[in-house]
Write a protein of this length. Structure first.
Length: 346
């Protein structure tokens, strides 16, 4: 009986020794680390999939609805993939928005604004980063204020300023009349962009300033020792070093200006951009007031049906977003790289 108890006790001691051996402890620690790692990966995957669903669900729904025939709208078995694929909705939106004309108006305006915004904000950001001048900090506070202050607060002054444009009253002093009307043209957008007062230009100046401040001064000082002036140093050294930041600003400026409705609605009445064309198109179909060749669609669509109007709106929105989606397919690699290099998150 004693021998059996001693044998069992010895066996337990040996098992305990194996369990508490360094090899066993290392194995348990490895299993714990791997289990925690997989748990973190699972939680991260759930969050990423959830965020992607929230972002992509409206876009996928819009694309799906745009190609649906009216019979698919009332078919409960149709959720994502249409049974009767049609381009009639897009054709109607294309004609209703006068898409070709409004597209070229938007493209030219966006291109000009992007060009002037990028150049002016780059120069301003370089000045704030590298030069010392009186009231520098105060001026930069004003730049930050342009980010904080909503553009709606400046709506009336901007409208009146460009309706009777007069540079410090000189035009009225010389001619004795009111200044020229710059509305319904690209001039208000160009002047605002060239003077760093366009859409989100304060943010662009801030990004350029941070980028130029992070560059080493040694390269700039070496160029000056070699005889380069401030302009040569800026164009030969500072600008090439800020290509990633410049790519980010160009992409942001282009996208925000393309989707702009505030400034376009404020300065343009007769000149139609894509967003203004969609707003007019949405107003016409909502009221059932068709014009020109669109009257032939009055027997095709029931404009009193909210589901039909939703499909037509989705088609118009898809035409507005299509150029940006196509451009993103070709520039997404450069866009991601520029975001990573500039450190922009969120």
């Amino acid at each position: 009986m004693d021998l059996s108890f001693g044998a069992v006790k010895e066996s337990c001691r040996r098992v305990k020794g194996r369990i508490n051996s360094p090899k066993s402890i290392h194995l348990r620690q490895k299993i714990d680390r791997e289990s925690k790692s997989w748990l973190w990966k699972l939680i991260r995957a759930v969050f990423v999939i959830g965020f992607c669903f929230v972002i992509l669900y409206p876009v996928l729904t819009m694309i799906s609805k745009s190609f649906m025939h009216q019979s698919d709208i009332y078919d409960n078995t149709v959720i994502w993939i249409p049974k009767h694929f049609t381009l009639e909705n897009l054709k109607f939106a294309w004609d209703g928005m006068d898409y070709v004309k409004s597209f070229f108006n938007s493209f030219l305006l966006t291109l000009l604004v992007t060009l002037f915004q990028t150049i002016s904000c780059m120069v301003a950001g370089y000045g704030f980063a590298r030069f010392d001048f009186p009231f520098k900090r105060l001026f930069f506070v004003f730049v930050v204020f342009t980010i904080i202050i909503p553009p709606q607060q400046l709506m009336i002054p901007l409208y009146l300023h460009f309706k009777n444009f007069d540079f410090f009253g000189l035009y009225g002093l010389i001619t004795g009349g009111s200044g020229p009307n710059l509305l319904d043209s690209y001039l208000p957008f160009i002047l605002l962009s060239a003077t760093c007062m366009g859409m989100r230009n304060g943010l662009f100046v801030f990004i350029f300033r941070q980028a130029f401040r992070s560059m080493p001064r040694e390269t700039e000082e070496s160029a000056m020792v070699d005889g380069a002036n401030a302009f040569r140093t800026f164009f030969s050294i500072m600008m090439p070093g800020a290509l990633a930041v410049t790519a980010t600003i160009v992409l942001f400026s282009f996208v925000w200006q393309w989707n702009d409705t505030y400034y376009s609605g404020l300065f343009l009445s007769d000149l139609k951009t894509v967003t203004k064309a969609f707003q007019a198109f949405n107003g016409y179909i909502s009221s059932g007031r068709l014009y020109g060749d669109l009257t032939s669609y009055s027997s095709v669509y029931d404009f009193t049906d909210k589901n039909v109007l939703l499909v037509l709106r989705n088609s118009g929105i898809l035409l507005v977003m299509a150029p940006l989606m196509i451009a993103y397919l070709f520039t997404q690699r450069y866009f991601v790289e520029s975001i990573e290099r500039t450190g922009l998150v969120g």
